[in-house]
Write a protein that binds this ligand. Structure first.
Ligand SMILES: *[C@@H]1O[C@H](CO)[C@@H](O)[C@H](O)[C@H]1NC(C)=O
Ligand SMILES: *[C@@H]1O[C@H](CO)[C@@H](O)[C@H](O)[C@H]1NC(C)=O
Ligand SMILES: *[C@@H]1O[C@H](CO)[C@@H](O)[C@H](O)[C@H]1NC(C)=O
Ligand SMILES: *[C@@H]1O[C@H](CO)[C@@H](O)[C@H](O)[C@H]1NC(C)=O
Length: 317
């Protein structure tokens, strides 16, 4: 690349810093287990824009002049922690067959993210923070062979996520909240069994665990005795689960409603307390008034007695 080209690249990079997600690729041939060797953008460096909707900008030099972005079949990192799925990645790399973003902080992936890649063979999001696999997530990725989602926090998998993937032979789901198993590699029978297991165990609304990602705290409600437990770490929760087994989990929607209910109860209690105090004050006022009235009445009665006495006396006289 000549000086001018490099300067333009550099300028682009600098201006990009403020508005986009900037990804620096090291282009090379990379071998991906079970799916083969692909010309790959191995992420060398990246700068995140806090806005997760900002488009991703890729820079880097191809290994030779006959290669272009259209030849890039894979994007890989297992070192730079992605905090969101790079948007508009298909504007740069149209022909991805492998998306490999390991060991990051991805908390969601959507059908929209994957739709542009009908030839996708491998999706590897090992060790991220995914929680829900949305309905028809892989609707447009019919050629998937290998899906690695181990060590995430998946607690919900919607129907029809894996069913139509007839080439899927590698499915890794171990280390998740609602399913924690991996099918034996390459065994389609086991993959089908695991899909069924995930369908049963991760059905939405099966009252599921929730994590408030921001604080990384876990909550669950024990329906049978209406007890709420808070876990500081996922490990704590897992240990608890191992000990107590079938715990009913809550999905975030229910959890929110539950929180609202708790707030309402709290509000009610407060009102109740105020009411109690009001009644207490009122009672005191009533008591004082009673005493005053009684005292007044007594005086009156005494007076009357005196009067009667006087009358009687006068009668007597
Ligand atoms: C360019 O690189 C590709 C992939 O590494 C290789 O197949 C091709 O032969 C190279 N072309 C030239 C002209 O070196
Ligand atoms: C990239 O994908 C988005 C969303 O699916 C689509 O709207 C856009 O047209 C695609 N861009 C290209 C260059 O294909
Ligand atoms: C695949 O798994 C099933 C069930 O565990 C087993 O019966 C079968 O022998 C396996 N097939 C191969 C080729 O390993
Ligand atoms: C939930 O409550 C029931 C009834 O009190 C109790 O037997 C059970 O152990 C509790 N489960 C957990 C996980 O605390």
């Amino acid at each position: 690349m000549n000086i001018l080209g490099f300067s333009i690249l550099y300028l682009t990079a600098i201006t990009s810093l403020t508005s986009t997600l900037l990804i620096h690729c090291e282009f090379e041939d990379e071998d991906f287990e079970h799916v083969g060797e692909f010309y790959s953008c191995n992420i060398e460096n990246l700068v995140f824009n806090p806005d997760e909707n900002s488009p991703a900008n890729f820079i880097g030099e191809h290994t030779n002049s006959s290669l272009s972005n259209d030849d890039v079949k894979a994007v890989k990192t297992d070192f730079h922690r992605m905090i969101y799925f790079p948007q508009s990645i298909n504007d740069t790399f149209k022909n991805l067959e492998v998306i490999y973003l390991n060991d990051g902080f991805l908390s969601k992936i959507t059908q929209r993210d994957l739709q542009p890649f009908p030839k996708l063979k491998m999706l590897d999001l090992f060790e991220n923070q995914l929680e829900v696999l949305e309905e028809n997530l892989f609707k447009y990725n019919l050629e998937l062979i290998s899906v690695w989602l181990s060590n995430n926090r998946i607690y919900e998998i919607h129907a029809e996520v894996f069913d139509h993937l007839v080439y899927l032979r590698f499915l890794h789901l171990s280390g998740n909240a609602c399913v924690a198993r991996t099918a034996r590699e390459g065994n389609r029978t086991e993959v089908l069994e695991l899909i069924k297991e995930a369908k049963d165990g991760c059905a939405p609304g099966k009252v599921i665990i929730t994590s408030t990602s921001a604080t990384n705290r876990f909550k669950f409600l024990n329906i049978s005795d209406s007890e709420i437990k808070l876990f500081d770490t996922e490990r704590e929760l897992k240990e608890f689960e191992e000990e107590f087994g079938d715990i009913l989990h809550l999905n975030s929607e229910i959890m929110k409603e539950f929180q609202d209910l708790k707030d309402q109860i709290w509000e009610l209690r407060k009102t109740n307390k105020n009411l109690t105090f009001f009644i207490f004050v009122l009672s005191i006022v009533v008591v004082i008034m009673s005493i005053v009235i009684y005292a007044g009445h007594k005086r009156l009665r005494d007076y009357n007695i005196e009067g009667i006495a006087k009358v009687s006396m006068s009668r007597l006289i």
